[in-house]
Design a protein around this ligand. Sequence first.
Ligand SMILES: Cc1cc2nc3c(=O)[nH]c(=O)nc-3n(C[C@H](O)[C@H](O)[C@H](O)COP(=O)(O)O)c2cc1C
Length: 192
Amino acid sequence: MKRIVVGVSGASGMPLAVTLLNALACAAGVETHLIVSGAAEKVLSLESGLSVQKLTELADVCHDVDNIGAAPASGSWRHSGMIICPCSMSTLGAVANGIGSNLIHRAADVTLKERKPLILVPRETPLSRVHLRNMLAAQEAGATIMPPCPGFYSRPETIQDILNHLAGRMLDHLEIEHELCRRWDGMPSADA
Ligand SMILES: Cc1cc2nc3c(=O)[nH]c(=O)nc-3n(C[C@H](O)[C@H](O)[C@H](O)COP(=O)(O)O)c2cc1C
């Protein structure tokens, strides 16, 4: 059984968080632990019209972002990896600098120190030098930086196609089987 911690912070991209949580809920042998920041609750209602309760229904366990004593705050609690999707520049800065002031930041810090996979899905545009430095620092500390940049080689027809492709790549990095998107199988050669 894989136990995955999902942090949702207050950047734009809530439909992606919903797609990711749905995919994790459908994946066999996965237990999700969800932490939602206060800002994320606001952005969620604005971008998707969903209440935080609807989001929490997609997870197996939910932890209060202010409960710094919850299980994911400890390195002795075992899990298989953490993803922060979307990851605000504020949360990115906290993770890059080891500031464990809420449960998302602390759980990410623990994930790095325990050398488990940590995936950050940062969303902002354009990026300042501070954002870029923080991404580099987080990557050097062991995180995988996965900005939600769509690929068009799969010829997406809907926004949901794009979200599925992005979420599928995240599940790949967590080593979770899925059928969210078609895999690139190479281009036919010119003389085929
Ligand atoms: C509608 C809305 C959209 C936002 N989009 C972004 C964004 O794309 N990226 C970002 O870094 N911050 C964004 N913010 C600002 C963050 O929510 C804010 O910095 C917040 O303090 C982040 O807190 P958190 O990281 O604890 O969730 C947005 C705020 C709102 C209200």
